[in-house]
Design a protein around this ligand. Structure first.
Ligand code: AMP
Ligand code: GLY
Length: 422
């Protein structure tokens, strides 16, 4: 197969690494890719949201299968663009339709969907600007912490959790007034759930589904889960608290009713559903849906997946998942993310990265990394992932920590406590 992968993060490096191992991978192109995807294929200087440019690349390079890494093109309808174009209809596409991608693209849509399917999630109300007064009164009836969520995509920044009613009222006013632009024209106010979060991924062709290895990610910048939220500072697979009994509940109460809900609504979904879950006293609830793989979960999930990823994505996109069996490496995998000094606030780019050649027994997945001749330079806040196997996740983390210490760039920062709560 000739494959085009869309995206440029650490997730996409992990995709490229895994896809390129398949004997079925005849050619791999990545748009736009990064210095890591370049090790496994050909980067194309195209933005995934530029659909006409993606089309030209697909035709020029005789692509058979397109895999969409990030959510943005999906929420903007790239799958529909392919389905409606006479020259692209025969190209297999991994990723849901625009209507189905609303599970991630609109929190209000996802809430109604879950309510109708009887899927456990936090109680909520939604408010638009003309309901501001109702919203302010409603907030006054709540016991903090109070969770406010911008309805639409807000680059991971649209969730605000507040410790008192007055602050929540100020925030609701600001959000409805356009703090996150159109994304916060509607705001979901949610019951706060207290528990431990984990990430479950299911490939689906809209009929069948297959569950990938489970992961847990660490979003806060500081050790002990303190400080600002980031794109993700580390991940482990498998988190031990997610036992077989928990997975049965997840499958019965969440995964199956979700796939059933897609089917009932005739939504075209050939891709991955990412269930952001929380265990509250041993019972799973959905915090959010995403219509793509997680980052940095993918960096820990794909190394445990024994299946041929080309075949798995092809079968998903072709509606042929029924016969597929997922095979999982029993070892633990852990990833530590090296970030730029100052991230998630302001940080420098273009800093030289050294020491990657000294890494032993770990995989290194690049995120914000670009090449400059023979040199590697930082090109983002999250720079790279150091990923290791172990008999236990503690052992995997110890190897990742040891190797993370060998990689240098000015201001480099990483968390040494990933997995501390497991
Ligand atoms: P989301 O973008 O919906 O995943 O929210 C970002 C983060 O906010 C989640 O990973 C949780 O840590 C937190 N969060 C979201 N919703 C809730 C909730 N109802 N209760 C507690 N924490 C939440
Ligand atoms: N790691 C969470 C996400 O990808 O949204």
């Amino acid at each position: 197969m000739r494959i085009l992968l869309l995206g440029n993060g650490g997730r996409e490096h992990a995709f490229a690494w895994k896809l390129s191992q398949s004997p079925a991978c005849e050619a791999l192109f990545i748009a736009p890719g990064n210095a890591g995807t370049l090790l496994h294929g050909t980067n194309l200087a195209i933005q995934p949201t530029d659909f006409p440019a993606v089309k030209t690349a697909v035709l020029d390079h005789h692509i058979d299968l397109v895999i969409c890494g990030p959510e943005d093109p999906l929420v903007h309808g790239i799958q529909d663009f392919f389905a409606q174009d006479a020259e692209l209809q025969s190209v297999l596409f991994f990723g849901p339709s625009q209507a189905a991608a609303q599970l991630e693209g609109s929190k209000a849509y996802a809430k109604v969907f879950m309510e109708e399917q009887g899927i456990p999630t936090a109680d909520y109300r939604e408010f638009s600007l003309d309901q501001l007064e109702d919203g302010l009164h409603y907030l006054a009836t709540l016991t903090p912490p109070i969770v406010l969520k911008a309805d639409g995509l807000a680059a991971g920044k649209g969730v605000v959790i507040l410790d008192n009613v007055q602050e929540a009222q100020v925030e609701l006013r600001a959000m409805l007034a356009g703090k996150f632009g159109q994304a916060s024209a509607t705001v979901v106010v949610e019951e706060f759930l207290s528990g431990i979060e984990f990430s479950v991924f299911a490939f689906t062709d809209g009929q069948d589904y297959k569950i990938l290895p489970v992961a847990k990610d660490y979003k806060r910048i500081g050790e002990g889960d303190t400080g600002l939220n980031t794109g993700g500072m580390g991940s482990v697979s498998h988190p031990p608290f997610v036992d077989a009994a928990m997975m049965r509940k997840v499958e019965d109460r969440i995964i199956r009713p979700t796939i059933e809900g897609l089917r009932l609504r005739n939504l075209t979904y050939r891709g991955v559903v990412f269930f952001g879950l929380i265990s509250v006293a041993g019972e799973p609830f959905v915090i959010e849906y995403n219509c793509r793989m997680g980052d940095p979960e993918t960096q820990s999930v794909f190394p445990r997946l024994k299946n041929d990823l080309v075949e798995l994505c092809r079968a998903t996109a072709a509606g042929e998942l029924a016969g597929v069996e997922i095979q999982i490496d029993e070892r633990a995998v852990a990833s530590i993310i090296l970030v730029a000094g100052g991230y998630p606030g302001n940080y420098e780019r273009g800093l030289e990265i050294t020491g990657i050649n000294e890494v032993q027994d770990s995989l290194v997945f690049y995120a914000g990394v670009r090449t400059d001749g023979d040199r590697l330079l930082t090109n983002g806040g999250r720079v790279l992932a150091v990923t290791s196997y172990g008999d236990t996740f503690q052992e995997a983390l110890a190897i990742s920590r040891k190797n993370a210490e060998k990689i240098h760039f000015k201001g480099v920062n990483f968390r040494r406590d990933i997995g501390f709560d497991l």
